[in-house]
Design a protein. Structure first.
Length: 284
């Protein structure tokens, strides 16, 4: 059985940067540090960070440390204002791509555009970005049907969640251009790492008998990878760790493909590969 791993599987630049900043800060200050929500969407990494004294909290009033780390997904503008009122040092680990999307949101809103934000309205990144829009002058869209609620006589700006499915964003862009009456502006906010991961996943799924997608179940980009792979290879399975691998998935498989979300560390991917090799020996 041949096991192929997507070249860009695992940590992206923004996630690695956030973790490096957090670990460095923990070592520098030597005291407990807090983040508003988990710094990335991977429970195993969050547990490791807790061992180093970095703990997520749900809100500003729950902060127990003198230093707060802004997670990779960014935070809402209102939360940033709350933190600014307190005597708390801030380490901003917001992904630069998310920062750019926040800036686009502010500028487009100030110029009077109605914003269509393409993404999951419950995702913390999306919530952080739309918080910079003018109230009532945006909508978050996750399927084309929702375009029926848009007033196309207005000038419209399109912004995407940084981990959005590229093809879906393009389909939204096409539909908006087809219907819009006034000006429209499109911001390219899907990060390069996301595009590359999606392209690699599609190619790998097409030549694999079984496709394994590794990453947190609450990770948006990992779930996008799973959906892309599943649309190509029905024998696609999403796991957080090697413990969830089912030997039955690999029966009669000659080629196994593996990809992983942007919040998945290398050591988890390696454990998945090792477990698949053990399963192969057991299935013989």
């Amino acid at each position: 059985m041949k096991i192929s791993i997507a070249p860009s599987a695992g940590f992206c630049f923004g996630v690695k940067r956030a973790i490096d900043m957090a670990v460095y800060s923990a070592g520098k200050f030597g005291t407990e540090l807090n983040t508003i929500g988990p710094i990335i969407h991977n429970p195993q990494v969050v547990c490791l960070l807790e061992e180093k004294g970095i703990f997520p909290v749900e809100s500003v009033d729950k902060i127990r440390s003198d230093t707060i780390i802004i997670r990779s997904h960014g935070i809402k503008a209102g939360i940033a204002d709350e933190i600014a009122k307190k005597d708390i040092a801030v380490i901003d680990a917001t992904c630069p791509f998310v920062k750019k999307a926040q800036d686009y949101m502010k500028s487009a809103s100030s110029e009077g555009y109605f914003i269509i934000m393409v993404g999951d309205k419950k995702h913390p990144e999306v919530q952080s970005i739309i918080s910079f829009a003018v109230a009532g002058r945006y909508m978050v869209l996750n399927n084309l049907e929702e375009l029926k609620h848009v007033d196309f006589t207005e000038k419209i700006a399109l912004i995407s969640q940084t981990t959005q499915d590229v093809m879906f964003y393009l389909s939204v862009i096409y539909e908006v251009f087809r219907r819009v009456k006034k000006g429209v502006i499109v911001f390219n906010t899907i990060c390069d790492a996301t595009k590359l991961k999606q392209e690699e996943a599609a190619v790998l799924a097409a030549r694999s008998d079984v496709m394994i997608v590794v990453g947190g179940y609450n990770s948006a980009n990992t779930n996008k990878l799973k959906n892309i792979c599943k649309s190509i290879q029905d024998r696609t399975y999403h796991v957080e760790t090697e413990k969830e691998l089912d030997p039955g998935w690999f029966r009669d498989a000659e080629n196994v493909g593996i990809t992983a979300g942007a919040s998945t560390p290398d050591w988890i991917i390696k454990k998945v590969v090792e477990k698949i090799k053990v399963i192969e020996k057991q299935n013989k």
